[in-house]
Write a protein that binds this ligand. Sequence first.
Ligand code: MN
Length: 295
Amino acid sequence: MTPTFELTDDRVSQVGALPVRRALPRRDRRTVGAWCFVDHMGPVDVAEDMDVDVPPHPHIGLQTVTWLLEGELVHRDSLGSEQVIRPGQLNLMTAGRGIAHSEEHTTKSRQRLHGVQLWVAQPSATRDGERAFEHRADLPQLDLPGAVATVLVGDLAGVASPARRDSDHVGVDLVLAGDRAVVPLCAAHEHGLVVTAGSVLVDGERVVPGQLAYLGAGRDELAIAGERGARVLLLGGVPFPEPVLMWWNFVARTRDELTDAWQAWQRADDERFAPVTSTLPRTLVDGPPWASPEG
Ligand code: MN
């Protein structure tokens, strides 16, 4: 049986002043393993008057993974974390029952920005648990035939990231070193491939930034053809066993859980999220369409 290959097209969204390519979720593809959200921003030259800040906002039931290719941002959250992130480093924030954070510019952000923000759905075992944050300045790398791999989360060919993971999933940055790379895969995983620079050929199809190339389970390796320097984010995992419900910045299982989280955030002093030390105003949105106006 030939494993599934699907290529879905670009969808451009907006985060603050920055246009982003949203590869996931798609209407007919909500998750790849536990990965439930993929935004690719830039590369963009940041003008002096361009607002690149993402002010304080809440999350539940997910982990945010920030990975920069160029530029610099500072992360602040309601645990009191304040962490500058630079290319090659990983910020991993676990929301559990509730956390709030901001992503703000530094003086160096006012040059060029290029990066991805990913969400990982937390399994029921941890999604009501404690909030947490970790920064990984050194991630393991390995030389593959035709590519250099950096393991962000999970493991590739026995090389494991130190980053927390609550389910069986993997995230790898690949930089092509020649015109053809061969990447070992876990056959139990489904995979999604997002191009962050250049373009590549997978299963005979050209994949460009913004697209999601979905690869069904059952592959133990993947050949990627492209020019030297092309860059790819490979995401995989055991198909997520629970249906997830996403609205705004929340990942849950029921509408009531989403409504409860929104109401808690509306109450500025609610302990569920706790405040972020930031000069920026909190992000507020109208409630979910199914909630009555008075909640
Ligand atoms: Mn966020």
